[in-house]
Write a protein that binds this ligand. Structure first.
Ligand code: ADP
Length: 542
């Protein structure tokens, strides 16, 4: 017997319709590429999203066609999120920090027919536009007056001109909820990037999940600053959860330095922020140097790479801000786990609570997970056994765009490539990417643990732990360190700092000081590149 409830598909258009009807005066504030601050409301955004949909109809762009964006977090990008997906096309967000050749490769692989970009990225597009045969319309996200005259890009139009004159009414199509809505490529640390194709259903379910109290806990009383880019897994879904909750959205545009982010947070009374650890490091650095405090910030979700415990405690102890440590990936829309305490933890000491808060947290309802050994046998959730982490759920990938890489699933589970433990209470602790795992004398050493300890030293700005070949032990860890400006620490002092924090055999054999550690397009350390730079390195005593 079937249930007798209404069969309404879960559609992205319903999010913006809802925000317009019930949070019409909810604010959306953007720092523009032009440098000024732009303000409007969900109601304004809804009208302009419909104009985008009409502009796409006018170009006769078919349902299912891809519309690329190369853009910062801002209101025009937000309108494209809804106008493109809502009208049945696929929003393809591209990471502008990739090499231009890779950007062209992705545009061509996705067969983008319209490409919308912030003027910051004009040099990239000037260089590659002639090599992108599928693109029928280039759109610069600016007004007609700001459009440079001599771009050499035929047919380039300013966004404001493109949507001006388009009707403000649009009947969103009643799509099948499994229709593709957005496309996002993985950063492709090895090989070419692969496309992950989210559906309306997966995005709406993810928006519900993200708002839950033990996840981001977003509400119409929050002012939310996604520093995480809208080109990086849809800013972790915040543009959707924003419309679902009516929270104020504050978009930072291109200004991601500590000073600009801090000033925006204060001016817009931000209560909740989201970003990767490297961004927060710049923010904390700026605040410490200038003796600043937050007036309104309460919570910040940090993920994308392991958040060092030193950062979690600095936020809490120095600024009274709760860090929500989150783990996920492009293939998971991205939310997998997020760390909050359970009721029984409230009576623990601050130190014991911090230990829990430094893990990657518990699964969000909708995500199931397990860890397995090399033979694929499930391992116990005892907080000790570590193995490869596998996940499944309605916002987790089934296959890559165009079938790249074959069938990624193992008996219906997606292998994440991360190595982890899970404890009896469901808290996940990521110890490594499987390719970064260090095996010494038959035992595993967590590179993340080694890095986190170095990061707790006051003179360390960034640390990467690598396994180096060793004739007797297979591999031994070394820690590569970037010092904070105007600070000093010696190799011996740092090695002594590890004493008592790790077992003796887990302590690195050496410290290598470098001026910088290479970072990838999403702010993660690129250990493969770092390894190449240290190709001539030999462990002490060999
Ligand atoms: P990429 O395309 O580089 O894989 P993602 O953003 O999808 O970009 O990266 C996902 C990976 O980032 C995860 O599989 C994991 O290795 C790492 N990661 C994300 N969040 C965390 C975290 N909180 N702690 C440790 N690693 C993390």
């Amino acid at each position: 017997m079937l249930g007798q409830m209404q069969d309404r598909p879960l559609l992205i258009s319903s999010l913006i319709d809802f925000a317009e009807r019930f949070h019409g005066d909810g604010e959306i504030v953007s720092r523009r590429v032009e440098g000024d601050i732009h303000r409007y409301t969900y109601a304004d955004a809804a009208v302009r999203s419909r104009q985008v949909a009409n502009a796409l109809d006018h170009l006769r762009i078919a349902h299912g066609s891809r519309i690329g964006t190369l853009a910062w977090n801002g209101y025009r990008h937000f309108e494209l999120y809804y106008g493109v997906s809502g009208s049945g096309r696929i929003l393809h967000t591209i990471n502008p920090r990739l090499h231009p050749e890779q950007v062209a490769w992705i545009i061509n692989h996705a067969e983008d027919e319209v490409l919308c970009f912030d003027l910051t990225f004009l040099p990239i597009l000037k260089a590659i536009h002639a090599h992108c045969p599928h693109v029928r319309q280039w759109v610069a996200l600016c007004d007609a007056d700001s459009l440079p005259g001599d771009t050499g890009m035929p047919g380039l139009i300013a966004y404001e001109q493109w949507i001006a004159g388009q009707g403000t009414d649009y009947e969103w199509p009643m799509l099948d909820e499994n229709t593709a809505a957005c496309l996002c490529y993985t950063s492709g640390t090895t090989g070419n990037p692969k496309g992950v194709l989210y559906s309306h259903r997966s995005s709406v379910l993810h928006a519900y999940a993200a708002a839950m109290p033990d996840v981001m806990c977003l509400s119409a009383r929050d002012s939310v600053l996604p520093v995480v880019p809208m080109f990086h897994v849809n800013a972790w879904g915040i543009p959707y959860t924003g419309a679902a909750t009516g929270c104020k959205l504050v978009f930072p545009g291109p200004a991601l330095d500590g000073k600009s982010v801090y000033e925006l947070m204060e001016a817009e009374q931000v209560t909740f922020a989201a970003g990767v650890p490297t961004v927060w490091q710049m923010l904390l650095g700026h605040m410490q140097q200038n003796g600043l405090r937050f007036r309104t910030l309460q919570r910040t979700v940090i993920g994308g790479s392991a958040c060092p415990p030193a950062m979690i405690s600095a936020f809490k102890e120095q600024y009274g801000v709760t860090v929500l440590h989150a783990w996920g990936m492009t293939e998971m829309s991205p939310l997998g786990t997020l760390c909050t305490l359970k009721n029984k933890h409230l009576k623990l000491s601050a130190e014991e609570q911090l230990k829990i808060l430094c893990t990657q947290g518990r699964p969000v309802f909708g995500v199931d997970m397990k860890i397995v050994d090399d033979a694929g046998h499930e391992l116990p959730h005892d907080g000790v056994a570590q193995g490869e982490l596998l996940v499944k759920g309605p916002w987790i990938i089934r296959a890559y765009f165009k079938g790249e890489g074959g069938d990624p699933l193992i008996d219906g589970w997606f292998p994440t490539g991360d190595v982890a433990t899970i404890n009896a209470e469901g808290y996940l602790h990521i110890t490594d990417r499987s390719k970064d795992v260090i095996k010494s004398g038959g035992e595993w050493i967590s590179s993340i643990d080694v890095e986190n300890i170095a990061m707790a030293h006051p003179a360390v700005a960034m640390a990467a732990c690598l396994g180096m070949r060793h004739p007797k032990w297979d591999e031994r860890p070394v820690v590569v360190v970037v010092k904070k400006p105007d600070t000093e620490v010696t190799r011996e002092e740092l090695l002594a700092f590890y004493q008592g924090k790790l077992s003796k055999w887990q302590i690195p054999d050496d410290v290598i000081f470098v001026a910088a550690i290479p970072l990838g397009a999403t702010g993660k350390m690129q250990k493969i590149k770092l390894r190449e730079q240290l190709a001539d390195y030999v462990l002490p005593g060999l």
